[in-house]
Ligand binder design. Structure first.
Ligand SMILES: [Zn+2]
Length: 137
């Protein structure tokens, strides 16, 4: 059996301290995040845990107006897909903007990553944590 180098639990615990952990491939150098068992680039299993710079650039976004059950109060909100300086792309909510005013101008903006702790709902067991992005300018 192959062990996970970086478990989801360790990844999310680090996220709670605003630390972004990824896996750097010893073969091709690609960084995999969120954690997976194998390199996203070459499927190699020889990976090292690295702490990544949590800043990046918004590549695309979507604004959610209809929430899943139990999360209606959070709508609307904007989800961004961010290309991290370390290479991987990561998705998360964007803080500090009016989602209804989100426009194409968001694309190319610099962001840094923080986190958001949310309480459990009917789809998840207990408290969770997810990336939350803040605009830098
Ligand atoms: Zn690789």
């Amino acid at each position: 059996m192959v062990e996970y180098k970086l478990t989801s639990k360790a990844y999310y615990e680090a996220l709670k301290q605003d630390k972004l952990l990824g896996l750097k491939c010893r073969t091709c150098g690609a960084v995999t995040v969120p954690p997976a068992m194998a390199c996203r680039q070459c499927s190699e299993l020889d990976l090292d845990i690295v702490e990544l710079k949590s800043s990046g650039t918004v590549r695309t976004f979507t604004t959610v107006f209809v929430a899943s059950e139990g999360r209606e109060g959070e709508c609307p909100y904007t989800i961004v897909l961010v290309e991290l300086e370390a290479g991987p792309w990561l998705m998360g909510k964007l803080d500090g903007i009016d989602p209804k005013a989100a426009s194409m101008e968001l694309i190319g903006k610099k962001v840094r990553m923080g986190h958001k702790v949310f309480s459990g709902d009917k789809y998840s067991a207990g408290e969770g944590v997810s990336p939350l992005f803040f605009l830098l300018d």
